[in-house]
Design a binder for this molecule. Structure first.
Ligand SMILES: *Cc1c(COP(=O)(O)O)cnc(C)c1O
Length: 239
């Protein structure tokens, strides 16, 4: 084993242990939670190693980095998640490799994603990104729709050709009433998910939790955790 492979294997084992013990403590089955490794800023060679180590879900947040990486790894059976703020002019590129876009937060983006999915003859999974600290009618600083905008966006995705409404995503807020209260934030997301599922029963994905707060997310009921730093190491630059 190369040094890098050994390092990633050890980090993955540690993250796996954290997920497994949170599941056990919450009375959940380990299979209820999917690990998505966020590979942003790290090279395609790391994605390849992760695949050898059994990882099947990866996430990226910038199209410029993600597009060449996905091309370099096109021979691997991986599910690619896009988790960054998405400009409509990047939608065609993202739709060419992403299986799931987790950062859907406005009607204009739904229209663009739908057109690109239809044109590419693909079905694209969509998660609505919820900004728990955004005021009614606003969007979050790091993307995301305010909680009271979820239903309307869900209806739009549900009616859009080429798109499949899979559920919700959030990043724990740094400001507002949930700042520093990850568990409360994720509980709130689960409530929003319950109301969403009442009208869209198949939209049962809940993507929450990162390196620092994955336990809170698993305890609250997240189905997907997005872990970067704890697997790959501290990123060399902001991303
Ligand atoms: C970078 C990123 C993550 C992973 O964060 P870590 O703290 O490195 O685990 C998760 N979700 C999103 C949306 C991200 O941009």
């Amino acid at each position: 084993m190369t040094d890098r492979k050994a390092e990633l294997a050890a980090n993955l084992a540690h993250v796996e242990e954290r997920i497994a013990s949170s599941c056990a403590a919450a009375g959940r089955k380990r299979e209820e939670v999917t690990l998505i490794v966020v590979t942003k800023t790290y090279p395609a060679s790391d994605v390849r190693i992760l695949h050898e180590l059994g990882v099947r879900h990866v996430a990226e947040n910038r199209d410029q980095d993600a597009a060449p990486k996905a091309t370099a790894c096109a021979d691997l059976s991986l599910t690619w998640h896009f988790v960054g703020q998405l400009q409509t002019n990047k939608v065609r590129s993202v739709t060419s490799y992403a299986d799931v876009v987790q950062s859907v937060d406005r009607a204009k983006l739904v229209t663009a994603l739908s057109a690109a999915a239809v044109r590419g003859e693909r079905e694209l999974g969509c998660l609505i990104q919820v900004a728990l600290d955004a005021e009614s009618g606003e969007r979050g600083e790091r993307g995301g729709v305010a909680p009271d905008g979820v239903e309307e966006l869900a209806a739009g995705i549900g009616a859009a050709p080429g798109l499949r409404l899979d559920g919700l995503m959030t990043v724990a807020p740094l400001t507002g009433e949930y700042a520093g209260r990850q568990r409360a934030a994720f509980d709130r997301l689960m409530e929003i998910s319950s109301s969403l599922r009442a009208g869209h029963p198949a939209a049962n994905m809940v993507s929450a939790g990162m390196s620092g707060d994955l336990e809170d997310a698993v305890t609250a009921g997240a189905t997907h955790v997005r872990v970067g730093t704890a697997v790959l190491g501290v990123r060399p630059r902001l991303g």
